[in-house]
Design a protein around this ligand. Structure first.
Ligand code: COA
Length: 229
């Protein structure tokens, strides 16, 4: 089934049922990193053919064997900040307070070439449904601007919608994330004061009207540190 199609690339939903559930123990990450759905419950992924390289990139849920690739792609994509962001990515995966978490990777013949993490957030005193924050997102420098980042985002939002997620937050460039419907119309406070409030965005996946959403966001412990804001 065609899921998305733009810029001369084709995307196809494929069965991932052959994938084994994540065995995080094998990589010394607590088994608690598995969310309550279990990795095997993700029944589809996305394949895209990068026209320029002729290379196939498949988007699927991460497995324990991807940990080194996830670390490497963050180090490569974020330059000087790479080690810090890579540590954040791995810390989130192992963080009990980030559950349920969704980790997708983009994989080519070269291994992991992209990664996206959606970790759980909540707002004390508010009654919104399951909510997440998108962070971090990384695509290997040599294949940036070919649609991989967009597909990681779209695929993640598709899975979260299926899981009944209500809100997704992101701190990033509005010109990029605005394409996916993220906007600043909400009234939710980030964990810290932000120098660029226009970068603090929310997307509603359900019936909630973002303009009416307010509260104080609490993220997973590993993301709630000031250096990440
Ligand atoms: C940001 C990133 C994930 C985007 O992934 P990608 O695969 O390169 O992006 P896509 O191919 O899906 O989209 C490319 C489009 O987004 C735009 N874009 C890419 N990165 C952008 C950024 N940081 N800010 C604004 N726009 C950006 C490009 O201009 C391009 O626009 P065009 O289609 O009009 O030419 C990737 O460039 C990356 O890993 N960057 C370094 C790490 C980073 O900044 N991560 C995001 C913050 S968590």
């Amino acid at each position: 089934m065609e899921l998305f199609g733009n810029r001369g690339m084709s995307f196809r939903i494929t069965s991932l049922s052959e994938n084994q559930p994540i065995d995080w123990k094998a990589h010394h990450v607590p088994a608690s990193a598995l969310d309550h759905h279990g990795a095997a419950d993700i029944h589809h992924g996305v394949e895209l053919k990068l026209g320029i390289l002729g290379d196939m990139v498949r988007i699927r849920e991460a497995r324990a064997s991807d940990v080194n690739g996830i670390r490497a792609v963050h180090r490569a994509a974020f330059g000087d900040e790479g080690p810090i962001v890579a540590d954040l990515a791995l810390a989130l995966i192992a963080d009990e307070s980030a559950k349920p978490i969704l980790v997708l990777v983009a994989e080519s013949e070269q291994g992991v070439v992209g990664s996206i993490i959606f970790s759980s957030v909540h707002m004390p005193g508010s009654e919104y449904g399951p909510s997440y924050i998108l962070a971090p997102l990384a695509v290997a420098p040599e294949i940036q601007r070919m649609g991989v980042g967009s597909q990681l985002i779209e695929s993640g939002l598709t899975v979260l919608r299926e899981r009944g997620a209500e809100l997704v937050f992101v701190l990033g460039d509005p010109r990029y994330y605005g394409r996916f419907g993220f906007n600043t119309g909400h009234k939710v406070c980030a964990p810290y004061d932000l120098p660029y409030p226009e970068a603090w965005m929310c997307l509603s996946l359900g019936e909630v009207v973002p303009e009416r959403v307010n509260g104080q966001l609490v993220c997973a412990e590993s993301l709630n540190r000031p250096e990440h804001w």
